[in-house]
Design a protein around this ligand. Structure first.
Ligand SMILES: NC(=O)C1=CN([C@@H]2O[C@H](COP(=O)(O)OP(=O)(O)OC[C@H]3O[C@@H](n4cnc5c(N)ncnc54)[C@H](O)[C@@H]3O)[C@@H](O)[C@H]2O)C=CC1
Ligand SMILES: O=C(CO)COP(=O)(O)O
Length: 340
């Protein structure tokens, strides 16, 4: 029997496990502990996805590490844990470095700023068989069978085709690419722009401002991507403008929500002080997913006023707007799409 492993009982990890199963594969969902395995088995998925029992009998939920038997049977593995947990999760998983691996994580390594596939290469995985999956892929929609498309990038085109077949099912369509750098960078960089878009929504700026942030943000993402070896087409595709649009506009996006909460005057949760005793594992990081959900509403929140004090502070709305206007409107450099 050949099977796919998915690392992480996260929203995206459980969704990918369900997609692989629906497309006809056996899946081993590798989780952190027996307790977590028990919870996922009992729920048939993840309660926070709110979609009920989504995992069928071909998904085997297993605490790390994989058994040697499981490890030997793998056709591939998907990594779907937050970026700060990738190194530790892969090491704990017992995943053999000979297995083709695809990162579904959107982010860079906090310590080294490495892309996730570079991190995987540093852990011994063959770069030619290591890839990235990205696109406008809100797990809450995909797990409910709503139509969506993604792109999987692997240097070896035959392997890309195999991943495309393994993941495509029903209304989930997967395109293949070889631009690993571009797909991965686009997925990480769009989060930054989505936070700015969220702040704009939170300040009540409206769709014009968000569209401007997205357009100029895409230009910056593209310039940085090209400088780091990515292909222009990737930024004009699903992993680039596609994901940027979904993340900046959907109220389901945690990055957008993070920006909205910043605009509402909230501070990100802080990690515990260094002296505080903490259990083994990566330090918790303030991240969009650490904040509570906003009320389910797609309408932009009105700007909040600050508490009054002797000297009234300028409103975040005014500061943001005036600094945006002060920034010189430069012409796009040659690599850009010529539009502004
Ligand atoms: N949620 C989504 O719609 C999508 C998420 N992604 C990416 O997938 C990665 C995971 O994101 P989500 O699925 O949204 O996460 P999530 O917010 O659903 O889960 C993160 C939480 O899962 C728990 N967790 C479970 N297994 C873990 C492990 N092995 N290591 C660390 N924490 C673990 C922790 O409590 C952590 O805070 C991120 O890099 C994200 O950018 C990519 C596409 C879509
Ligand atoms: O990447 C995503 C959708 O494609 C998920 O976005 P958030 O991480 O902002 O929720």
């Amino acid at each position: 029997m050949s099977a796919y492993a998915v690392l992480g009982a996260t929203s995206w990890g459980v969704t990918l496990a369900a997609l692989l199963e629906r497309a006809g594969s056996d899946v081993i969902l590798v989780v952190r502990s027996e307790l977590e395995a028990h919870a996922v088995r009992a729920a048939g998925g993840l309660e926070r996805l709110g979609a009920g029992r989504v995992l069928g009998p071909r998904v085997h939920v297993h605490p790390a590490p994989l058994t040697p038997g499981h490890a030997a049977s793998l056709a591939g593995a998907l990594v779907a844990v937050p970026s700060h947990a990738v190194r530790e999760s892969v090491l704990a998983s017992g995943l053999p470095a000979t297995v083709p691996v695809v990162s579904a994580t959107k982010g860079l390594d906090l310590e080294t700023s490495s892309r996730m596939t570079a991190l995987l290469a540093a852990l011994g995985f063959d770069p030619a068989r290591t890839g990235a999956l990205s696109g406008p892929n809100l797990a809450h929609e995909i797990i409910r069978g709503l139509p969506a498309a993604a792109v999987v990038a692997v240097p070896d085109p035959d392997l890309g085709l195999a991943w495309q077949h393994a993941l495509s099912h029903g209304a989930f369509r997967v395109y293949a690419s070889t631009d690993v750098v571009g797909v991965e960078l686009a997925g990480a960089l769009k989060n930054v722009i989505a936070i700015a878009a969220g702040a704009a929504w939170g300040l009540g700026f409206g769709a014009n401002a968000v569209a401007a942030i997205m357009t100029r943000g895409l230009a910056e993402m593209t310039r940085l991507g090209l400088a780091l070896g990515a292909e222009l087409a990737t930024f004009n595709g699903l992993a680039g403008v596609g994901d940027l649009a979904a993340t900046c506009f959907s109220p389901l996006s945690r990055n957008r929500r993070f920006g909205e909460l910043l605009a509402a005057g909230r501070s990100p949760p802080r990690p515990p002080p260094k002296s505080a005793k903490r259990s083994k594992g990566p330090a918790p990081r303030p991240s969009p997913s650490a904040w509570p959900p906003l009320p389910a509403s797609s309408s932009p929140s009105p700007p909040r006023s600050r508490p009054s004090s002797a000297a009234p502070a300028p409103s975040p709305r005014r500061c943001f707007a005036s600094s945006a206007v002060r920034s010189p409107a430069k012409n796009s450099p040659p690599v850009m799409l010529r539009s502004r």
